[in-house]
Design a protein around this ligand. Structure first.
Ligand code: PRP
Ligand code: MN
Ligand code: MG
Length: 182
């Protein structure tokens, strides 16, 4: 297979920066949920890396579940109309839920997900996202834990894809223009 390195323009966040920030976020989460049972809900597929690494910095024994959602809209940006491809296995009644996401771009996915999960009788529903773009400010989604506010550029790696590729890069970076042109 080809070396992904040839497709990259620059590294935005390296693995040390990501890991250090996830450790800080985990310490905050541990403190905020002390004495409570926590359910982490990862949003497939992008949140896989964040879920794996954030959860391993936590000191309490949390539960994990997963959802897969898809935006109905065509193209690369989401429309805000969301369809559940895989629902949770867990009953949320009385649970403290923390949604784990890789990125908030338009904010439409999380806005929909937050209101959906809040209809299920959870004791609380909050959000942890590694990355947030400026567009997210236009949507009223309050995100309790944010790793990094990043510029409005297309980023890949650490779970984030371009046409399903580059999720396995261990850092977050931008793609070289020739990748889009191919
Ligand atoms: C990406 C990303 C977030 C969402 C953010 O997922 O992982 O879940 O888009 O976009 P928004 O804030 O504009 O709604 P995507 O739908 O590409 O699925 P994936 O996680 O499987 O890549
Ligand atoms: Mn996603
Ligand atoms: Mg994607």
């Amino acid at each position: 297979v080809d070396d992904m390195g040839q497709d990259l323009e620059r590294v935005l966040l390296d693995r040390e920066q990501i890991d250090a920030r996830l450790a800080e976020m985990a310490a905050q989460i541990d403190a905020d949920y002390a004495g409570r049972d926590l359910l982490l809900v990862g949003v497939l597929k992008g949140a896989v890396m964040v879920m794996a690494d954030l959860s391993r910095h936590l000191h309490s024994a949390v539960e994990m579940d997963w959802m897969a959602v898809s935006s109905y809209g065509a193209g690369t940006s989401s429309s805000g109309v969301v369809r559940i491809l895989k629902d949770l296995d867990t009953d949320l009644t009385g649970r403290h839920v923390l949604i784990v996401e890789d990125i908030i771009d338009s904010g439409l996915t999380l806005s929909w997900l937050l209101s959906n999960l809040r209809t299920r009788g959870a004791a609380s529903v909050e959000i942890a996202a590694l990355l947030r773009k400026p567009e997210a400010a236009k949507v009223d989604v309050s995100v309790r834990y944010v790793g990094f506010d990043i510029p409005s550029e297309f980023v890949v790696g650490y779970g984030l894809d371009y046409a399903e590729k580059y999720r396995n890069l261990p850092f977050v970076g931008t793609l070289a223009p020739h990748v889009y042109a191919d």
